[in-house]
Design a protein around this ligand. Structure first.
Ligand code: NAG
Ligand code: NAG
Ligand code: NAG
Ligand code: NAG
Ligand code: NAG
Length: 543
């Protein structure tokens, strides 16, 4: 029955993982994570490089591919990579956040084994521990449709990734120390596009063609706006949903969000600016790249196209205009089938309010008054090995309490196959961006003021987009519907990196009493063990 199997062999790992479907292609990646010098703003900084690159290499995959990443941590500190937007179906073991995985120790390696099952779209990966995201280690992910699945636009002449984000001259250890000392981060120093400052990137395009740009906000603290001088953007995809193809001259991209637009080179042949600027900030940071026509007659002409800066209604209206194209295919030819998100009754409403407070003289952030503190053991492992005292279920309420803030390793209890409504309520004056690992959800509504049951009358139950990161405007709410179809331990977090670091996050444990491999894959045999899970056994080598 059982073949002899050597631990370090990939094929052995794969054959033991009943999860990976042998029929679907495998893509193997070997990554070496190091510190190295980068000069994004002209001053030398210590960046996190992947195979010598900043940003890290782009991942290109096709729906249902099996992705095998052997990540070698050559940093002198623990490290993990997480995958923003990858659904990791039945497989929170690979999510790469501290609640699910032990850190890869300095000099160690870990092989992530995952499948991009039934997924398409644009996403990114990032380093999840400490404040590593401020040093790089992020990169783009694109999941293409399978060859026979129609895509609702012609194949573009080129496909570019724009990883945009705010950046500090201070290094990640200094930024982390600021937060650990209970202080807020200063205002960022600049925006970077693909790891470079103004005009550090040139995109060469042929005249008279259409190109795809995948824009992700990989930054730490600010929403951004993007514009292509003299050109419009046709929105085609948002985090795996094909959208109605609206045309925009300026597009807001909040923290952690990804959008695909088509840009047609229908202008006189010269160079143009691609402009990004911070949103809802004062001052406004601006960074440009060059859009270069291959038959260009000259440099771009000033001034830069202006964009929105602090206007909130503009952004809210734009967010509401982003709709799902009901007739376009998704990962499968017919995205809807007989199932329609708007016709299912929700069985539970979870209202989540963010807040800020000072605890023991230190700045903290919370959800429903609970400020998350990491445990000494990944929650997923504590759950699997039934280690008491790491976290307790139901340690975060379903509704805002508006009471005093307290520290807790908060885990929300949830049942497999429930259909839930989640309302993100923002009573603060700062725009929020919320992300849920392991899931995509329908953004059914957002508006200013306080949410109430009557707000449901305005929900879009017809053609809302399904995505994994949603913004919540100041003193506003955003509501989503979500089918709890993915068993596991899943991080729900602010994509504002200082806020998540200081407690604006928690985990949701989606539980199936069946305890079956049909609902959740077994613990990987190569799982790293740490904390109170040290020295346990993963599972027998022959199964
Ligand atoms: C990673 O890169 C460093 C620096 O180039 C090198 O010393 C080390 O051997 C590499 N490790 C692996 C596993 O490739
Ligand atoms: C990767 O880590 C495993 C232990 O998890 C170890 O046995 C193996 O030698 C490591 N491989 C390399 C190339 O460092
Ligand atoms: C929606 O997708 C269909 C099918 O691919 C396409 O023909 C149509 O143009 C799209 N509609 C809009 C408004 O984008
Ligand atoms: C970060 O910068 C400080 C100076 O502000 C320096 O002392 C420290 O060595 C740097 N750390 C890293 C990891 O680069
Ligand atoms: C949803 O609830 C309504 C009112 O309680 C009920 O009439 C309807 O049949 C339910 N729909 C489904 C699909 O269960």
């Amino acid at each position: 029955m059982a073949k002899p199997c050597f631990f370090a062999s990939f094929l052995c790992l794969l054959s033991l993982l009943s999860s990976s479907s042998a029929d679907d292609p495998y893509r193997f990646f070997t990554w070496n994570v190091t510190f190295g010098d980068i000069w994004p703003l002209g001053v030398r900084q210590q960046g996190i490089l992947i195979n010598g690159q900043f940003p890290g290499p782009q991942i290109e995959a096709v729906t249902n591919d099996n992705l095998i990443f052997n990540v070698h941590n050559s940093l002198p500190e623990p490290f993990l990579i997480s995958w923003n937007g990858l659904l990791q179906r039945k497989n929170s073991w690979q999510d790469g956040v501290f609640g699910t995985n032990c850190p890869i120790p300095p000099g160690g390696n870990f092989t992530y084994i995952m499948q991009v099952k039934d997924q398409i779209g644009s996403y990114f990966y990032f380093p999840s521990l400490a404040f590593h995201k401020a040093a790089g280690g992020f990169g783009g992910i694109r999941i293409l449709s399978r060859p026979l699945i129609p895509v609702p636009f012609d194949p573009p002449a080129g496909d570019f990734t724009l990883l945009v984000g705010d950046w500090y001259k201070a290094n990640h250890t200094d930024l982390k120390r600021t937060l650990d000392n209970g202080q807020m981060l200063p205002f960022p120093d600049a925006l970077l596009i693909n790891g470079r400052g103004s005009n550090g990137n040139t995109f060469t395009l042929d005249q008279g063609k259409t190109y795809r740009f995948r824009i992700s906000n990989v930054g730490l603290t600010t929403c951004i706006n993007i514009r292509f001088q003299g050109h419009t953007m046709k929105l085609v995809e948002v985090e795996g949903s094909h959208t109605l193809q609206n045309t925009y001259s300026a597009l807001d991209v909040c923290l952690g969000q990804s959008y695909s637009v088509l840009v047609t080179t229908d202008q006189p042949p010269r160079d143009y600016y691609i402009v990004t600027s911070t949103r809802f900030t004062n001052p406004v940071l601006t960074t440009t790249s060059i859009l270069h026509y291959s038959n260009s007659a000259g440099k771009p002409i000033d001034p830069l196209p202006g964009g929105p800066t602090i206007e909130i209604d503009w952004s809210l209206n734009q967010a509401r205009s982003i709709r799902w194209n009901l007739t376009a295919s998704g990962p499968r030819p017919n995205p809807q089938g007989s199932y329609h998100y708007g016709l299912i009754n929700t069985s539970r409403t979870i209202r989540l309010a963010n807040s800020a407070a000072i605890i023991n003289g230190n700045q903290r952030y919370a959800v429903n008054s609970v400020s998350f503190t990491p445990a000494d053991t990944p929650l997923k492992l504590a759950d699997y090995y039934k280690i008491d005292g790491v976290f307790s279920l139901g340690s975060i309420p379903d509704n805002p309490t508006f009471g005093g803030m307290y520290l807790q390793t908060s885990v929300l209890e949830a049942n497999f196959r429930d259909y839930v409504e989640i309302v993100f309520e923002n009573y603060e004056d700062v725009v929020q961006a919320w992300h849920i690992d392991g899931y995509a959800f329908w953004v059914v509504g957002m508006d200013g003021g306080q949410w109430s049951a009557a707000s449901r009358k305005g929900y879009n139950l017809r053609d809302a987009v399904s995505r994994c990161t949603v913004q919540v405007y100041p003193k506003s709410w955003s509501a989503v519907y979500m089918a709890l179809d993915n068993v596991g331990m899943w991080n729900i977090r602010s994509e504002n990196w200082a806020r998540q670091y200081l407690g604006q996050q928690f985990y949701m444990r989606v539980y199936s009493p069946a305890n079956s491999w049909r609902d959740e894959y077994p613990i990987p045999i190569n799982a790293l063990l740490c904390g109170r899970a040290s020295g346990r056994k993963t599972r027998p080598l022959s199964m």
